[in-house]
Design a protein. Structure first.
Length: 169
């Protein structure tokens, strides 16, 4: 049993070849995002809060009256996931969903005073989480990174949805 533990530790501490995934942009983004998200969750240290709630609160505050559909599109989640996310924000008293007067199918979102307080706390933690990365990049590197991310975002939007490939038999 102890040998298994020692093997696990030694296997996890050795430098592994990443093969083709090392050259894939999406893989590297995902690996970095997973690590930053893991660290952010540790800083949050509250079970009822997650990084998705932070993103939603920030967008709702910045865009009063934002619809659920607009929120889903902006944070890259499907509508059903966003409905559950908004349910949780409402349950915590951080956001409010109101039927739009002109279009009863649409819900407008707003942040509550309690939500604004929670968002302020989360913003501070998010900046603390990013501090080592920001320090490593410096102002110019951070500006360059933002420009590159914007170019990637625009290229993906311009390319549209990929067509599903069928396997040849």
């Amino acid at each position: 049993m102890a040998d298994d533990i020692d093997d696990t530790v030694s296997a996890s501490s050795r430098q592994l070849s990443m093969g083709v995934v090392e050259t894939l942009i999406g893989f590297r983004f995902r690996r970095i995002q997973n690590e930053m998200s893991r660290r952010f969750k540790m800083l949050i240290a509250r079970a009822e809060v997650n990084p998705g709630m932070f993103s939603a609160l920030a967008l709702i505050r910045a865009n009063p009256g934002l619809s659920q559909t607009e929120l889903a599109a902006q944070i890259g989640m499907d509508r059903a996931t966003v409905v559950a996310l908004i349910d949780a924000l409402e349950a915590n008293g951080w956001a409010k969903r109101t039927r739009d007067a002109q279009d009863r199918r649409k819900h407008s979102l707003s942040i509550s005073p309690a939500g604004s307080r929670e968002l302020a706390r989360l913003e501070e933690l998010a900046l603390a989480n990013e501090a080592p990365v920001r320090a490593a990049l410096g102002p110019k590197g951070l500006a360059d990174l933002r420009r590159l991310l914007d170019r990637i975002d625009a290229a993906l939007a311009e390319a549209g949805e990929p067509q599903k490939r069928t396997s040849k038999k």
